[in-house]
Design a protein around this ligand. Structure first.
Ligand code: M6R
Length: 366
C-alpha cells in the first residue's frame, strides 16, 4: 500500500509529478490555448464581475490560498483576501453578493472551513470549492468547484494536496486573466507551456533527495529553524516551516525575508539554520542581500536556488537546486525540497512521520 516507500508521506511526495499532471489533464489544452473547467465556465460571469475574491482555508490549504493571492492579483488583476476560516467565521466579516468565496480543503471536512462557507452563502456570496476528496461535505456545500486530482492523501502532513491546489488555482487565475483580457495571448500561451513542464521539473527536484538527506543530517538536532522567502515564495516559507514543526517537532517559523529586520533577526546566531528561498526570478537581488545580512550574523544558510546559481552558492552553507520556471509557478518546485528536508529530519529523529502526535488528518471539530 505504501508502494515500496517507508512512509505514505514519502510516497505522496514522489507522486507529485503525476498528481499535478492528473490535475491539469483534460483541463488545459496547451496547443489550442484553452483552459476548460466546468465549475468556472458555468459561472464565469460571477468571477468576472466579482468585486473581490475571498479565500478561506486552514493550515496548508491556507498557504495554497496565499500563493493564489499572488497569482490572481498579479495576472488576473482581481483583489484577493486570504482568511483563516476560523477567524473569518467569528469576526462578523463584510460579505456581499458581489464577493466570490473560494474554499480550499484537501479533506473537504474541515469544520471551520465548512462553517465559513455556510456564513458566506447566508450572506449571498457565490462559493466555489477546491477539494481533493470527491463527494466530501465541502464539495457538496459549495455552489460549484474544481477537484484536485491528487488521489488519496494518507500522511497527516499535506504534500501533494498542496501542489495540486496551487495547480487548480493557477488554472483558474490564467483562465480569468484571459477572459478579462488582462494577459497578452503570448504570455498566456507561455504560462500554459511552462505549467505543462512542471511535472518533469518536479521530478528533477525530487532527484536532490540524497543531497537533502545529508543536509537533514547536519541540522536534525536544531532547536529552531527559520524559513524565509519573498513574493510568491513567502507562502512557501510558511509551508516549509509548518511541515518541519508538525512532523519533527522542531520549532520553525516562516517569514517574508524583508520582515527579518523587524524582529526575527535578533534570533540569528551560529546555531540557527535558516532556509532561504532564493530562486532567480522575483526579488533575487533583494534576497541575496538578506542572505548577506544573515551571514554577517553567523546564521547557517540553506539556500533553495535555481539550477546553476553561483551567487547564493558563494554565500550559503548549502544550496539545493530546483529547475528554472516562471516566478508564478516556482512555488510548485521550491516546495519539494522543503517537504523532503522535513521528512528526512523527522525520520532521523525517529518520529511518527505519517501520524504525528496530537494531529488528525481532518479536523472535523473546531
Ligand atoms: O483537509 P484540509 O485541507 O481542510 O485541512 C486543513 C489543515 O488541517 C491541514 O492542511 C493541516 O494543516 C495539515 N496537517 C498540514 O500538513
Amino acid at each position: 500500500e505504501k508502494g515500496g516507500y517507508d512512509h505514505f508521506m514519502l510516497k505522496e511526495i514522489h507522486e507529485q509529478p503525476s498528481a499535478i499532471r492528473d490535475t491539469y489533464r483534460g483541463r488545459m489544452l496547451v496547443k489550442e490555448g484553452i483552459i476548460r473547467m466546468a465549475g468556472v465556465d458555468d459561472n464565469i460571469e460571477k468571477f468576472i464581475n466579482a468585486n473581490r475574491i475571498i479565500i478561506v482555508a486552514c493550515g496548508t490549504s491556507w498557504h495554497a490560498g496565499l500563493v493564489a493571492e499572488y497569482i490572481f492579483e498579479d495576472i488576473a488583476r482581481i483583489p484577493v483576501e486570504v482568511e483563516y476560516a476560523s477567524e473569518f467565521r467569528y469576526r462578523n466579516p463584510v460579505i456581499t453578493n458581489k464577493d466570490v468565496v473560494i474554499a480550499i480543503s484537501q479533506s473537504g471536512e474541515t469544520a471551520d472551513t465548512l462553517a465559513a462557507i455556510k456564513l458566506a452563502k447566508a450572506n449571498g456570496a457565490f462559493v466555489f470549492g477546491v477539494c481533493n476528496v470527491v463527494g466530501s461535505s465541502i464539495a457538496r456545500e459549495t455552489h460549484a468547484g474544481a477537484y484536485t486530482h491528487a488521489g488519496p492523501e494518507i500522511g497527516v502532513a499535506s504534500t501533494k494536496a498542496f501542489t495540486t491546489q496551487i495547480t487548480v488555482l493557477t488554472l483558474i487565475a490564467l483562465k480569468l486573466a484571459k477572459v478579462k483580457g488582462e494577459i497578452s495571448n503570448s504570455n498566456y500561451r507561455y504560462h500554459l507551456q511552462e505549467l505543462e513542464l512542471i511535472p518533469e521539473k518536479v521530478q528533477k527536484a525530487l532527484e536532490s533527495d540524497e543531497h537533502i538527506k545529508t543536509v537533514a543530517n547536519i541540522y536534525k538536532n536544531a532547536r529552531n529553524c527559520l524559513y524565509l522567502g519573498r513574493g510568491y515564495n513567502f507562502p512557501v516559507a510558511l509551508e516549509g516551516a509548518l511541515k518541519l514543526k508538525e512532523i519533527s517537532y522542531i520549532h520553525a517559523e516562516g517569514y517574508p525575508a524583508a520582515e527579518m529586520k523587524h524582529g526575527p533577526i535578533a534570533l540569528i546566531d551560529e546555531n540557527m539554520p535558516i532556509v532561504v528561498i532564493a530562486t532567480k526570478k522575483g526579488h533575487y537581488e533583494k534576497v541575496v542581500s538578506n542572505i548577506e545580512e544573515i551571514k554577517a550574523r553567523q546564521g547557517k544558510i540553506i539556500g533553495i536556488v535555481t539550477e546553476g546559481d553561483t551567487n547564493v552558492k558563494r554565500l550559503a552553507d548549502h544550496v539545493i537546486e530546483v529547475p528554472e520556471t516562471l516566478e508564478s509557478l516556482s512555488p510548485l518546485l521550491t516546495t519539494i525540497p522543503l517537504q523532503l528536508l522535513s521528512y528526512h529530519i523527522a525520520v532521523m529523529l525517529d518520529k511518527n512521520v505519517d501520524q504525528p502526535r496530537n494531529l488528525a488528518k481532518s479536523v472535523t471539530v473546531e
